[in-house]
Design a protein around this ligand. Structure first.
Ligand code: TYM
Length: 341
């Protein structure tokens, strides 16, 4: 293989929210800016993962294409030779490797995945697809030998499972996979002290998501800058009366500080120096609201300019090239497990 690989994917079956942007998209944009020329950068739509939450099959394809345009509007460089943009289901090796890996992944470890527990809780007819989704994610990563996987904190466990599977198969069959870096090195590479976990603005004990009970706690990338600023200004805080970075006692305030830190790209130290001990929560809300609305204005203007033809060409070229790369890894695995001479 050539250059080391940075890779991420975001499910594309619904509109993205600020948590997706700050956890999955922005770190990718910054990493590729910083490491252009040195790393291969893969960003893809894990469309086969769409079915793990409720999905409108009639609009899935359109929604996928809309969300792929978001990657470009957010700053991924469509013209770069080192950047590959693709749809998972267009590269059959993802599914084939998953079937093989399934036979080395344990029922017990998959049952312990927090996302599986959360998403299956209280549901009847929990699908095998939901249970198996972390194995598909492992295949997404291992096919390209990716080292760095910028994701939010909620995907940490899946990344660890990917490492476990890679190490397990390497121990049994020799070095067939590049093992992705562990969480500590992922954080170091993205110059972060902790993984991003953006909370709901209305209920900061929950993460920001598309499916929370109160939609005013979630900022969608399609919200107008004004509506988003309003959501920030009415964020739930606390009665402590002093600004502190303290997830346990002041999760609402800490959530705002986190959003501010990520959007401004000021260091954690700078953010603490600027805000710690201040008493006017309103000032912090105004500062965060300004950052969020400035980001949305620029992003939405970029989105309206994304050229659909160039996007289609980029996808087709990337899918051809990535199918070649993925098939090389798949062939190695097929040989190792005895499916090929
Ligand atoms: P998904 O589609 O649920 O989320 C996409 C990305 O958004 C991040 N994210 C958040 N980050 C911070 N705060 C939040 N509230 C928040 N909500 C979501 C997620 O951590 C993720 O980075 N299994 C993955 C998709 C996937 C993937 C992969 C990722 C499939 N194959 C291979 C990396 C590599 C998922 O369901 O993410």
């Amino acid at each position: 293989m050539g250059k080391p690989v940075i890779l991420t994917g975001l499910r594309t079956n619904a509109e993205y929210h600020l948590g997706n942007y700050l956890g999955g998209i922005l770190p990718m944009v910054r990493m590729q800016q910083e490491h252009a020329g040195v790393y291969q950068v893969n960003m893809f739509a894990p469309d086969l993962h769409s079915f793990t939450t409720e999905v409108d099959h009639d609009t899935l394809y359109t929604q996928t294409m809309k969300n792929i345009a978001v990657f470009v509007a957010a700053g991924m460089p469509i013209d770069s030779q080192d950047f590959y943009l693709y749809r998972q289901s267009f590269i059959p090796a993802h599914s084939e490797l998953t079937v093989i890996l399934n036979n080395f992944a344990y029922f017990g470890e998959l049952s312990r995945m927090t996302q599986f527990k959360d998403k299956s809780e209280g549901k009847s007819n929990v699908t095998a697809g939901l249970f198996d989704y972390p194995v598909l994610m492992a295949a997404d990563i291992l096919l390209y030998g990716a080292s760095y996987i910028p994701v939010g904190d909620d995907q940490k466990q899946h990344l660890e499972l990917t490492r476990d599977l890679a190490i397990r198969l390497n121990n049994k069959f020799g070095d067939i996979f590049i093992v992705p870096k562990d969480w500590k090195h992922q954080l170091q590479f993205s110059k972060r002290l902790e993984g991003a976990r953006i909370r709901s603005l209305r209920n900061p004990s929950q993460k920001m998501s598309k499916s929370v009970s109160d939609p005013t706690g979630t900022i969608l990338l399609t919200d107008t800058p004004e509506a988003a600023a309003k959501k920030v200004k009415s964020a739930e805080t606390d009665s402590v009366g002093k600004i502190n970075w303290d997830w346990n006692n002041q999760p609402g305030i800490t959530n705002l500080l986190q959003i501010y830190e990520l959007l401004t790209s000021n260091s954690h130290k700078e953010v603490l120096a600027e805000w710690t001990g201040r008493e006017l929560y309103g000032d912090l809300k105004v500062a965060v609201a300004e950052q969020v609305s400035a980001f949305l204005s620029e992003f939405q203007s970029n989105l309206s300019k994304v050229d659909k033809n160039s996007l289609q060409k980029k996808l087709e070229a990337s899918e051809l090239e990535m199918a070649n790369q993925a098939n090389i890894t798949l062939a190695k695995v097929q040989k190792a497990v005895g499916l090929r001479p």
